[in-house]
Design a protein around this ligand. Sequence first.
Ligand code: AGP
Length: 600
Amino acid sequence: MCGIVGYIGTQDTKEILLKGLEKLEYRGYDSAGIAVMNEMGVHVFKEKGRIADLRAIVDNDVTASVGIGHTRWATHGVPSKVNAHPHQSTSGRFTLVHNGVIENYAILKREYLQDVNLVSETDTEVVVQIIEKFAQEGSHIEEALRRTLAILKGSYAIALVDNEDPETIYVGKNKSPLLVGVGDDFNVVASDAMAMIQVTDQFVELMDKEMVIVRKEAVTLKKLNGEIVERAPYTAEIDASDIEKGTYPHYMLKEIDEQPLVIRKLIQKYQDETGILTIDTDIIQATQQADRIYIVAAGTSYHAGLVGSQMIEKLAKVPVEVHVASEFNYNMPILSEKPLFIFISQSGETADSRAVLVQVKDLGHPALTITNVQGSTLSREADYTLLLHAGPEIAVASTKAYTAQLGVLAIFASVLAEAKGHTVEFDLVQDLGIVANAMEILCDEKEELENLARKFLSTTRNCFFIGRTMDYYVGLEGALKLKEISYIQAEGFAGGELKHGTIALIENGTPVIAISTQEQVDLSIRGNVKEVVARGANPCIISMKGLETEEDSFVIPAVNELLSPLVSVIPLQLISYYAALHRDCDVDKPRNLAKSVTVE
Ligand code: AGP
């Protein structure tokens, strides 16, 4: 979702901001803007569309050493130049970018801004106008910002410049992510480290309700009551080359191809010096004390949670419930006596999951976050973290993070099982190795999978994915992948459930992708395929070696059934990728979507 950058130093600010915004493009946005400040005042450039459109209107003759920038994912008001950030106060003195949602903006507008003519439809403009109002009443800028932040309800990450104080960027944060990067003779502001990794790898995390005064030579953190906070920077371990596409046409394809490597890296990262898979003993002890595990997540991470629940229940024999974060937040079930919560989130910033984590911590329950982003909000605020080690995932459609989540969940389940005295009947290191090899084989079968995408999906308006047990969960993920990047209406169903209503949608030629990797339900899912075929469906059966029949469209290599989702998802990812390509869709940045969903 929205992204923020800021720079104060000695170099060409425009270019640093624009490059930073390009690095944030993956988060999803519909308009962008920058404001740079020099002795002539503040110069604002903003445009609807892509950063390339913004670049086209930036005046190259304007030079400056201070500036802020923003990519906007519309919440209040349509995507337009007027609604794009930065927003300015009426006098032009204050210029501000904002990420998040100000829930009480309408009330604030009525209370403080009756006499102010707002030019945009955004909640953000209300913030910058109130800062101006407080400044006009005599508050120094820092005080005006502090007073404003104190009355905001909702989430915000804010960067503000004042043309009467051209040596400073003022920053505020609550719930929405924001970092301050530190360098020699310059400092930066960024929604995530990737945006500024080209200039520094030293970042200071900001906590909620903190503000920062960022100058070229110093960064001062304060609480909203003015108390100074000391916090050392951490080193962001991102290799700048990890966030380049290289020779790939799309990040999504690169990230699909990286999956075998990610699984091999995971094995290494979670092995001890003797080669045994291991998980931090504190985590295992906390889990052993729990009578039930609650997995909370959204989207693809929720689908990983469904598979993970089976792994944990089957291996460690602990009951697991899996919940969609946005529902759990408002509709918490009666909890067991000793629950342990697992938050699964690629970004570690999903606002829906974070809202649940806050409630869970208030209730005093232990929480573990499984995430790809070290230092992310969900990681910082949970008691424990397990990292995915998948490297930055840039494409909006999650691929390698999903399989890494499954890998970590499998390792967690098997270590927990051993700790509880349950024998794990297979060698997980070896079986994950077999998974990585199978993934590699599948990544080499792109041509065949592209043909399947053409055969089944080139003209269809909808598509169903069916499976049973583990294959049902993978079907849900396959359907999500297909709809988010190709815009084909796709639904995943438990094979047996279709006949309870949805089978009414099957017409002549409707594609039904059926997955069969589980011996126990192979015949049942094939029976479900017959039911839809009898009603005209065009079936595409993807089965696992050993269960295949002549009617199958694609066969995946044999792996441990419990780990099959790590492998069976790959043809679904690639079929979705090619279906989107055939329809000329923007694969990496699908419409309306954001990579990091930082509003509830
Ligand atoms: C996945 O392809 C989606 N882009 C989306 O469903 C995503 O998984 C969801 O928003 C949760 O994100 P998180 O894993 O960063 O919490």
